[in-house]
Design a binder for this molecule. Structure first.
Ligand SMILES: [Zn+2]
Ligand SMILES: [Zn+2]
Length: 152
């Protein structure tokens, strides 16, 4: 569990170290679907206060590096080769994606297909869904069963 005061000081330290362009700032946001954000227009890197508080210190530093690499690579780079090269150079290990899937920790509904593939949702599905990894198209044999998780 990272402490938000620490997160803020790592952010300033890492940004000062890696970003030479002036005008970048850091802040927390309230996102639940993604851990970090790099806003090129506002020149602002932000991290979800909810997710930051749930992650281990190392994980949060990785999220910061992920976003710093976006700031360095530019908005057009996406997650392409330029971004990947920079991200690697500054120490991002790329073991997890931090654009959405990491936010699965916060999804209140989890589902499993008979083969054990895991799915996360923020809302209950309105019709039966089958596992897209087990079979293309709808298949009754691969129905996903949904479970509400405890309050997060
Ligand atoms: Zn990204
Ligand atoms: Zn499956």
């Amino acid at each position: 569990m990272a402490n938000l005061t620490d997160v803020q000081s790592w952010a300033h330290e890492l940004m000062a170290h890696h970003i030479t362009e002036r005008g970048w700032s850091f802040g927390f946001d309230h996102a639940k679907m993604r851990a970090g954000l790099c806003d090129f227009k506002k020149k602002r890197i932000s991290v979800s206060r909810y997710l930051a508080a749930r992650y281990e210190d190392d994980e949060v530093r990785q999220i910061l590096l992920h976003e710093i690499a976006h700031a360095l690579a530019g908005s057009k780079a996406g997650h392409g080769p330029k971004w990947r090269t920079i991200a690697k150079q500054i120490g991002y290990d790329g073991k997890r994606t931090h654009d959405g899937s990491a936010a699965n920790d916060l999804a209140p509904i989890v589902g499993y297909c008979p083969a054990g593939h895991e799915f996360f949702r923020f809302k209950r599905a309105t019709r039966p869904l089958s596992c897209g990894r087990c079979s293309r198209g709808f298949n009754r044999d691969s129905l996903i069963t949904w479970h509400q998780r405890d309050a997060l």
